[in-house]
Ligand binder design. Structure first.
Ligand SMILES: NC(=O)c1ccc[n+]([C@@H]2O[C@H](COP(=O)([O-])OP(=O)(O)OC[C@H]3O[C@@H](n4cnc5c(N)ncnc54)[C@H](O)[C@@H]3O)[C@@H](O)[C@H]2O)c1
Length: 272
């Protein structure tokens, strides 16, 4: 077990990549604080309380102690309360995996986005990541150890057309990651980012965010995945478990020499 006895907080844990990360972290011996907004309304259908509790139940079956918390990363008070609940139960938090994120509203040129749509994406992807770091860092500083993994995207390294708010927010997540790595490295805290490309919408992860992107571009999920595959030198999309494996490595002791990095899990997408 590679993170046995560690306490990990994961945002957006109800489904998709967050669920995949939670299951792998549980299998590798971590106890978990699983957070999600738990409201299905959004620019596309998001996850509810039922999905968060399903993730928690699966993790418990794998032997993890689990606390769940309803917290929208746009609300500092809710994030603080969730982290406090985790600290109360476990006494420490060793790992923060910032996974909650939105891929839309998008599908239009930058000048066609409303201020509300722009702000929503930046508030969840960038500000939400900062808020969760802000909530957990006092405990990590006090314990002089911690590992934070922020979810960026290949959209944090290169641009996609028609998703300017997403691209800008994910570039900023990488900037935030680097800044925090500098500020907290000597306090024993590492901060890294993971940059997935399009994750196959497989049955295990059940992510529907790519379906939302496909819909925004007027394509079916199948057509979108086929066209996206052609940009991946490995000849297929990446898998949720491959992204989770990268997060596990960044979160755990094997990456002790790594901070401020942006690790791609992109099948060669950004090698062009
Ligand atoms: N799926 C991909 O192809 C892909 C590629 C690159 C990066 N990413 C990033 O990975 C992360 C997860 O993506 P996914 O595809 O699993 O998405 P998803 O939509 O399947 O799951 C996201 C989860 O986050 C929760 N969430 C949404 N807004 C929230 C908020 N304000 N506060 C708390 N929780 C909230 C949702 O309820 C849901 O459970 C995101 O940051 C996304 O940008 C995904």
């Amino acid at each position: 077990m590679r993170i046995e006895g560690r306490i990990a907080a994961i945002t957006g844990a109800a489904r998709g990549l967050g669920r995949s990360h939670a299951l792998l972290f549980a299998k590798e011996g971590a106890d978990l604080l699983l957070m999600d907004r738990c409201q299905e309304d959004g620019p596309y259908p998001l996850a509810g309380r039922r999905e968060l509790e399903e993730t928690a139940a699966e993790c418990r079956r794998l032997g993890a102690r689990v606390v769940t918390a309803v917290a929208d990363v746009r609300e500092q008070a809710a994030v603080d309360a969730a982290i406090a609940a985790g600290l109360n139960e476990f006494g420490r938090i060793d790992i923060l995996l910032n996974n909650a994120g939105l891929l839309a509203p998008g599908g239009v040129r930058a000048h066609e986005l409303s201020e509300e749509d722009w702000t929503l994406v930046v508030d969840v992807n960038l500000n939400g990541t900062w808020r969760c770091c802000r909530a957990v860092l006092p405990a990590m500083v006090a314990q002089r150890s911690g590992s934070i993994v922020n979810t960026a995207s290949v959209g944090g390294l290169v641009a996609y057309e028609m998703y300017s708010s997403y691209v800008a927010s994910k570039h900023a997540v990488i900037g935030l990651t680097k800044a925090l790595a500098l500020e907290y490295g000597r306090l024993g805290i590492r901060v890294n980012a993971v940059c997935p490309s399009t994750v196959a919408a497989g049955d295990r992860a059940e992510t529907s965010s790519t379906a939302a992107v496909a819909a925004g571009m007027g394509a079916s999920l199948e057509d979108y995945e086929r066209s996206s595959t052609s940009y991946h030198p490995i000849g297929r999309l990446v898998l949720a478990e491959e992204v989770s494996a990268a997060c596990l490595w960044l979160a755990g002791p094997e990456s002790a020499g790594t901070t401020g990095s942006a690790l791609t899990v992109d099948g060669g997408f950004t090698a062009r």
